[in-house]
Design a protein around this ligand. Sequence first.
Ligand code: ACM
Ligand code: ZN
Length: 551
Amino acid sequence: MTIVAVAVSACCGKVVEKVNLVPYPQEVTIENGSFDAAGATVRYSADADSLTVALAERLASQLTLATGEQSVVKKGRGFGINLVLDRSLAEEEYRLHVGCCRVVIKASSLRGFNWGVQTLKQLMPVQIYGDTTAEGINWAVPCCTISDAPRFGYRGLLIDEARHFFGMEAIKDVLDVMEIHKLNTLHWHLTEDQGWRIEIKKYPLLTEVGSIRKETLVGHLRRSNEYDGTPYGEGMWYSQDQISEIVDYAAARGINIIPEIDLPGHMQAALTAYPYLGCTGGPYEVWTKWGVSEDVLCIGKETTMQFVKDVLAEICDMFPSEYIHIGGDECPKVKWAECPHCQAKIKELGITGDDKHSPEHFLQSYMTAEAEKFLAERGRRLIGWDEILEGELAPNATVMSWRGTKGGEAAVKLGHDVIMTPYQYLYIDYYQSKDQANEPLAIGGYIPVERCYSFEPFTEEMTDEDKAHIIGVQANLWTEYIGTQDYLEYMLLPRLSALSEVQWCAPENKIWDRYLDSIDEVLNIYETAGYNYAKHILDVQKAANEQKNNQ
Ligand code: ACM
Ligand code: ZN
């Protein structure tokens, strides 16, 4: 980490010796003086693209609202905040210089500009995150020079909207807080045993029937047999127009959305809508409890393979993402072992299995390879959970390693790209406190902020060539036990901020004590922006401070 205090910046009489930024940039030099952001003009280069112009407009309106002084947007350089195109910089790289009269953010495209803007906003008084005009604030921003770029090109967060549904405004709020911490990928989990939540025009019953479960388990799967007797899911799905609105909203923030259609397991809601897709033909019901259903897609039937392709075709039309996620996790093979269609397909394909995997594992590999071929024809790339390693890995698949890091290690050694999301560190549906009796019900486990923060995606088993295939890191927020937006945010924040340093900071820049020192400011951002967040980390900070004072 480079923090160079060339001189100490004096903002509104306050002496600035450090800046609180999360994720922390590569290089920071604090300089003398300050820039007054109130009423600052926001400027963009003549050759800026429309997304960058829109970013300038968004920043100007946030400044106008928060400071109460009109910020206007202008083309060309001058006093104020300048977004200057510099094609020599890498896609997400940016340079930020805050001088007394002007701020210059250099980048080569929207993402770099937006990460520069996010850093600039974190340097401003926290009221910039509010939705009212703040009275009596000195809008001095400390002069500094920052050079920055991320460690990983893929910085993801999974939100499960299938078990519980949160809707348009909630997902926009998630995208807004992802932007603050410079995440660039929302992995959107939209189909499950317990609900199908995205419109597919060729199969309307997926949402008409598959979005509604007749009731929901009360309490924890391991301890309860009680159901609430209340239907859940009526109208809880996204139309294709709504998807398009969210995709655009994310793109304006430099965030790509990867949709997940979880195949061939976790499909009971789809089977309920179209029972012929299953091995037995049903009847099925949208699942009312959590866990892993044994009823999965019947791979032996041509109609099922057509269904998979039809759904993926509409998904490709809705999402510009190069990557499409096809799930592949937790697919029991018991129904396939007894199904005449699946067994006939195994024979037809000449599948025999091997000493590690049954013929049915290879049947899943066949389906994954078909899906990959179909996506590749449309210029897309397939991502699957690490179970897709069982049997035969599809030739160009990217693997999401969730059952630890071993799957990721195996995949990089086969030359495949990997995203690390091990449940032991990054399943943020787990408890944040050991005092579970005083927490809202969660799935289990214990992953405090410090545990998230400590994750290192490179392992000792990896060569440099292997490491080059680790394209990123992601945390997953599954929602079996999370029914409200408030609880969703509580589980997300501030663990998202810790995740962002794992994703963004070079190892020498990822320093727990420095992060901990900034946590009050981070929580202040959430408070001002109206998010619900967990405060357990403050106990950790108190303990750390006490330890420091006692030394
Ligand atoms: C998963 O947690 N089943 C990917
Ligand atoms: Zn079958």
